[in-house]
Design a protein around this ligand. Structure first.
Ligand code: ADP
Ligand code: MG
Length: 236
């Protein structure tokens, strides 16, 4: 990696200890790489939403996070920013393989996450791929190992895990379960559990959900280690 990156990584790491959500007024108050800062600015994101303010610090510190906040509250950036930062801090490159997996209940939601990632991640040298079916399995398979960040639907990623012995996810560092409540509502409980059984335990996990149901809590128990719960009040 470049010496300039090493310097920045060391400087950011020092700041991770003292992140105080109370004094975060804008994204520039968070210890984020200049590549991410530039991507946020270019996408016109200035002020973090409440769930972003309250969770990003913990996620940057490498803690498992369970976030509950209503639809439209900005959960996508709450996990995409830490995913990008985690791979940057790990000096991930295009040749490093799969570093992050983001699971979303529907193709449409996965596609929206992908679009947002493309915008805010534009200055990073990191590749991302959508694994949501609709194209043939072989085509998807040939591209997957070159993806650093995989955005997928539960059924499709499990299909690859089952049918593709070369699919290498041993290096992955970070897992995101987005809209976990909807994944479970849609009948993906068994699929989610089977995916989890395939993933390395030595990873960071973020679980986001609009509601905190019993089944979401069950999934959290299975997937998270000593999680920090973040659930901002809806009216602020
Ligand atoms: P959720 O996943 O919680 O339903 P999204 O992440 O889809 O919410 O965000 C909802 C909308 O708010 C999107 O259009 C997104 O671009 C916008 N948004 C998210 N965070 C911010 C922010 N910090 N500043 C301005 N707009 C934001
Ligand atoms: Mg969402």
């Amino acid at each position: 990696s470049k010496p300039k990156d090493d310097e920045e990584i060391a400087r950011l790491k020092q700041k991770y200890e003292n992140i105080n959500e109370v004094i975060i007024k804008s994204f520039t108050d968070l210890p984020l790489s200049w590549k991410t800062q530039k991507g946020l600015k270019g996408s016109n994101y200035k002020i973090p939403t409440q769930i972003q303010k309250e969770s990003i610090g913990y996620s940057l510190q490498g803690k498992d996070v369970m976030g509950a906040a209503i639809t439209g509250s900005g959960k996508t950036l709450a996990f995409l920013i830490p995913v990008l930062e985690c791979l940057f801090m790990e000096k991930w490159s295009r040749h490093s393989g799969v570093g992050a997996i983001i699971i979303s209940p529907t193709r449409e939601l996965a596609y929206q996450i992908f679009q947002t990632l493309k915008k805010i991640g534009i200055h990073h040298d990191i590749s991302a791929g959508l694994i949501i079916g609709g194209k043939n399995l072989k085509f998807e398979r040939s591209r997957m190992d070159q993806c650093n960040i995989i955005i997928c639907t539960p059924g499709r990623i499990l299909q690859h895990m089952d049918q593709n012995p070369l699919f290498n996810i041993t290096s992955m560092k970070i897992l995101v379960l987005d809209e976990a409540d909807r994944c479970l509502d849609m009948g993906f409980k068994k699929t989610m559990n089977a995916i989890l059984a395939n993933l390395p335990l030595d990873r960071q996990t973020m679980l986001f959900s609009a509601t905190q149901t019993k089944s979401v809590e069950d999934l959290a128990r299975l997937s998270l280690k000593e999680p920090v719960y973040v659930a901002p009040h809806e009216h602020q």
